[in-house]
Design a protein around this ligand. Structure first.
Ligand code: AOF
Ligand code: ZN
Length: 319
């Protein structure tokens, strides 16, 4: 069966609804198709311990189109073939008698990798791998953790044209525009944890929460060598998401990896970002380049020179 790029893109978008909620599992999406190419079932993996995407899509098909025969199943990740918290998806596909399966990325988990095709072939079900980069991107963080035991780390920094991430008083609030703070705030909806250094907590008293849709699964992490943090900081007192404190970045990531965290977003400050870089723990740099110059003068005298109508630029580099 042929799939249009629009269909593949729509499927990845569906899978992304699970981003930031599925740890230790990856986000996954699946469509069931009728013979005429219509999508008759849609599903995504919501949370570990709940249905996998394939099972959700099959249930959706049975609920809304019980009399239509399924012709094919398309899934962003190779279907699992060994039971875990839930039953194997290959078994569900066999029971549903879907004759064709296409997946867009192999499962990085050695437990399942490369096994779906043989498991389905025994039942006369054709299974093919159609490589699609955005589907591999979806499981990039999960793949890093299952291979190394450590989470995938994105470090976000907002920087001026003269390379400053804070003004000469250490004030970082006004470097990026409100629009880009909104945009990077949305990233918090899609990761498992937000990590900052103690200095950022003392200086900015941030909430470290998603700006738009609240993500109750998001965990806040502070790295503090001394452990001396203000007790009244909102991350400890707002009664919202869990906050964990670790003594150094390596211990923090090793423990988060052990607990199944796939993607950690580090939002500063520069001491923590530099230690992560020195330890070789950064997978991705997300730099917001702001059209401003701070220079050597102190805030209050003539601080940040704005760049007129120019907008912030997002630069994403994989380490
Ligand atoms: C799929 N569809 O939607 C997901 C898959 O403990 P379990 O039973 O939830 O299994 C987790 C493993 O299954 C996970 O490590 C990964 O290999 C795969 N994830 N597979 O067919 C899904 N989330
Ligand atoms: Zn599965």
């Amino acid at each position: 069966m042929e799939f249009s790029t629009a269909t593949l893109k729509a499927l990845v978008d569906l899978a992304r609804q699970g981003e930031g909620h599925t740890r230790p599992n990856p986000p996954v999406g699946a469509f069931v198709f009728a013979r005429d190419g219509r999508i008759i079932g849609r599903g995504w993996h919501h949370k570990a311990g709940e249905n996998h995407a394939e099972v959700e899509a099959i249930a959706d098909w049975k609920k809304h189109h019980p009399r239509t025969k399924a012709h094919a199943l398309l899934v962003t990740l190779e279907p699992c073939s060994r039971p875990g918290r839930v039953g194997a998806c290959t078994e569900a596909i066999i029971r549903a008698q879907i004759p064709r399966v296409t997946y867009l990325c192999p499962d990085p988990n050695p437990k399942n990798r490369g096994r779906a095709q043989a498991a389905l072939a025994d039942y006369g079900i054709a299974c093919e791998y159609l490589p699609y980069e955005p589907a591999a991107d979806l499981v990039r963080a999960f793949a890093k953790r299952v291979k190394t035991g450590l989470p995938y780390v994105t470090v976000k920094l907002a920087m001026t044209l003269d390379g400053k991430i804070a003004d000469n008083w250490g004030e970082a609030k006004w470097i990026s525009s409100a629009a880009s703070r909104q945009k990077t705030g949305e990233l918090r909806e899609r990761v498992d944890a937000i990590m900052v250094g103690a200095g950022t907590v003392r200086k900015d008293n941030p909430s470290l929460l998603a700006h738009g849709r609240p993500n109750p699964d998001l965990v806040r992490v502070v790295v503090s060598r001394s452990g001396q943090l203000p007790e009244n900081a909102q991350i400890f007192t707002d009664g919202k998401n869990e906050t964990l404190v670790f003594g150094n970045p390596h211990t923090a990531l090793a423990e988060l990896g052990r607990r199944g965290f796939n993607h950690v977003l580090c939002e500063g400050g520069k001491v923590l970002a530099a230690s992560l870089a020195e330890l070789g723990l950064v997978d991705e740099w997300l730099t917001v380049l702001c059209p401003k110059v701070i220079g050597e003068r102190h805030v209050g005298e003539a601080a940040v020179f704005g760049g007129g109508k120019l907008e912030d630029v997002f630069v994403c580099l994989r380490a």
